[in-house]
Design a protein around this ligand. Structure first.
Ligand code: ATP
Ligand code: MG
Length: 342
């Protein structure tokens, strides 16, 4: 299958998209339903086909990879990337926890997890020191995928955290005390660089930055990179930007390819080869409380997230062709990532 192709080009959804077929109820699909017509059955079948490795999952990392999905610019695809990468990794056989660290609770919604104000949530973990295990819920329809939901209470946490001890490391402590075995923890950050995002950067080892392929894409990125450098210098020496993912890529516009070229020039090693096309199915899925992997597993959006997740997973496996040595030495020897970026 496509291992090194940028699958955004020919597979991108046509806009407007007349090729929608309707398969009953109110769900429209790009692809006809296959034989095993359950969400997990369809997704697993297409995942296996997409990867061309029947029955085999991906190798699991030796230890839990904690990945912070951050970009203080709003609406660039952080939440979409968090939930769809997480679901893809789970479909590849990994055990994955999504931590929703955004008071909007969009990741919880997209994963079909109830998050009204009575639900035990990540707020209770950060502010009330409740054990993480008491708020984590399994995600319906995707085996191996779990979510620590966010409720609107979290909106007050930025202020409440200020007066608490160890205010920057409360999430890190909660993750360390969590005893369930996990391969990946993905943390969905709000569009700001406040204490919630700092907690994520202290808790994680890797930063995944989604970048939307549009004008101003790199604006403000320097501030995020400098924050990552500050947290690394003072609070968390293992932190590094491991992955950049181009999202909402429309291969037919010159602007998108110019932005993609610019990002790849600045961050040659970090950018995944796979980019995510602009896809109506991706944007529809959250309103059904689903990821695109279960909503329309054969769509270009689903396949691109499966491929991106595979690439990211293999980068963490020594000996794989995707493996890159993103360790502290690498980061120290490299010029500052934020150089030349505003
Ligand atoms: P915020 O900063 O508010 O948290 P975000 O960075 O998490 O936003 P998302 O919520 O993931 O961004 O995406 C913003 C909007 O773009 C959403 O409506 C989402 O459905 C849509 N979207 C994301 N990725 C795609 C895509 N590849 N194709 C089409 N629409 C997309
Ligand atoms: Mg979001």
């Amino acid at each position: 299958m496509r291992s090194d192709a940028n699958i955004a080009g020919p597979m991108a959804d046509p806009v407007p998209g007349p090729r929608t077929e309707s398969y009953g109820e109110d769900v429209s699909r790009e692809t006809p339903p296959p034989m095993d017509d359950t969400p997990i059955g369809r997704a697993a079948q297409l995942a296996v086909e997409a990867l061309g490795r029947a029955g085999e999952g991906l190798p699991r990392p030796a230890e839990t990879r904690v990945i912070v999905v951050a970009n203080q610019k709003g609406g660039v695809g952080k939440t979409t990337t968090t939930v769809n990468m997480a679901a893809s990794l789970a479909l590849h056989g990994a055990r994955v926890l999504v931590v929703d660290l955004d008071p909007q609770g969009n990741a919880s919604t997209a994963l079909g997890i109830d998050h009204h104000s009575e639900v035990p949530s990540i707020y209770d973990v950060l502010v009330e020191s409740k054990p993480l295990s008491e708020v984590v819920q399994p995600v319906p329809d995707v085996e191996g995928l779990f979510c620590a939901p966010a409720t609107i209470d979290l909106a007050g946490a930025e202020i409440e955290l200020v007066s608490l001890v160890a205010r920057e490391s409360r999430l890190e402590r909660a993750l360390q005390a969590y005893e369930q075995p996990l391969d990946y923890i993905l943390i969905d950050c709000p569009p700001s660089l406040g204490l919630l995002t700092v907690n994520a950067l202290v808790a994680g080892a890797e930063v995944l930055i989604p970048i939307q392929c549009e004008y101003y894409a790199l604006e403000g990125l320097g501030q995020l990179l400098r924050n990552v450098e500050l947290v690394r210098a003072h609070l968390n020496p293992k932190l590094h930007v491991s992955t950049i993912l181009l999202t909402m890529y429309d291969g037919r516009t010159r602007l998108a390819s110019q932005v993609a070229d610019e990002v790849r020039t600045h961050f040659a090693e970090e950018v995944l080869r796979t980019s995510i096309p602009r896809s109506v199915r991706i944007s529809e899925a959250p309103s059904y409380g689903q990821t695109v992997l279960t909503y329309d597993p054969g769509s270009s959006g689903a396949l691109s997230y499966l491929e991106a997740a595979r690439e990211m997973a293999l980068r963490g496996i020594p000996g794989s062709s995707e493996f890159k040595q993103f360790n502290n030495e690498h980061s120290k020897n490299k010029h500052s990532m934020s150089e030349g970026i505003q």
